[in-house]
Design a protein around this ligand. Sequence first.
Ligand SMILES: [Ca+2]
Ligand SMILES: [Ca+2]
Length: 509
Amino acid sequence: MLTMLRFLLVATLLAAVSIGSAAWAADTPQASARPNVLFLIADDLNNLLGCYGDPLAKTPNIDRLAARGTRFDRAYCAFPLCGPSRNSFLTGLYPNSTGIHTNGVVFRQTIPSQHSMPQAFRLSGYFAGRVGKLYHYNVPRSIGTNGHDDPGSWELELNPAGVDRLEEEPNIFTFTPGNFGGTLSWFASPRGDELHTDALNAEDAAWVLERCAKRKDRPFFLAVGFFRPHTPYVSPQAYFDKHPTSDMPVVQGVAEDRADIPPAGLASGKPEQDRMTDDQRRQARQAYSAAISFMDAQVGRVLDALDRLGLADNTIIVFTSDHGYHMGEHGLWQKMSLFEESSRVPLLIAAPGLGKRTVVSTPVSHVDVFPTLAELCVVKTPDNLPGQSLAPMLRDPATPGRGWALTQVTRGGRRARRAGVDQEPFFGYSLRTPRWRFTEWDEGREGRELYDHDADPKELKNLAEDPALATTVAELSTQLRDAVKTSLPPSGEIPPIRPATWAPDLTNP
Ligand SMILES: [Ca+2]
Ligand SMILES: [Ca+2]
């Protein structure tokens, strides 16, 4: 059944691609003049990178990419969880318009005829290929499979699996036996880079680029999704050695900080994380840092291949992560919070001829990536995209643009029941402006938070109930609710999962 569906989908898309290519050929001089796109994404990576000012990071390759282009200093995901975030930026729609607020589902179940970003590139005559994780994959279980992929987005999908997935799981330290992806877990592997999944991803990406280099008549959109630094933090021992535990910081003052945070703001915490010792906190930070450095080395291999093949002058390179990540701030680890560490993402765009070592500080969103690449590559987008093109900022980094970014998350419901709390599901929304982060839980019924980034970049002092700021709170509340309206489709209704649809779940091979 799945094979048949896939066949029909591919056949339909091939027909659509040939129509799209003909239309393109009729009104453009040369497809080869259009730039290629190399879209690089890490999983669960926050901004602990050298180019974002982290003094402990060892990320020379991502740093050299930042030096080639524009670094967005205030870039935010739409939802700090893999599946909702990835469905969002790959369609350019907010999660309230994709209808995807959980993992394990794909937008074809809610808005099946929407064109994804890679699909729009295909329909404009591009070759679109994927290596590794772009749509949601269960990590590590789906490594080596298509995960919860959208086959209509690509004409080539490569899913290598390395020793981290196939051999080393019995050696991984985990707080929850048998679970490696959803809990903190790590392992310093005695095996070399070349045997691990992300190095195989880089090798496969280089292989695809070699073939693209021979086809100058057809531009490419190549997406490479690295699995690290997602848990389990597995990387070769050499990367652990770069980050001695004695250098690893432990967040202090957590109990005082948490006193003014509404319960919903802290509900992403897990009991086993509250029981961690300082030694374990240092080890977790070491293993996360090692996984980042290992992933960085693989980014370097892909960039080297692009340069070696003479493709760099006509290729736009994007580097980002699906969402941010906590390393103990506010007592939180991992994702699913609306604080800065979990909502913020690295976003680097190196477009030939558009800026070097440039920094943009106005807030931008992941939903802006699709309109940006579409403008730069003259690709037609669906007409319902809410994002802005960032191309004006690549040309002039002082361009203010929309000036805010919206991030949302779910609370209550099934996830809360697992933690023993019986609560109807509700949303939290957070608005980031150049100065403020303002968050409302269930429209304020479950609490509000206001942080002044000019004075408090770590978001330690919740100012939402400060009478002196009542006007600011009221204005931000109006701005937030207006922003939420733009996240919904014109009907105002979140699209439901359609009956009799499913996402492929080709896990556990
Ligand atoms: Ca993720
Ligand atoms: Ca606080």
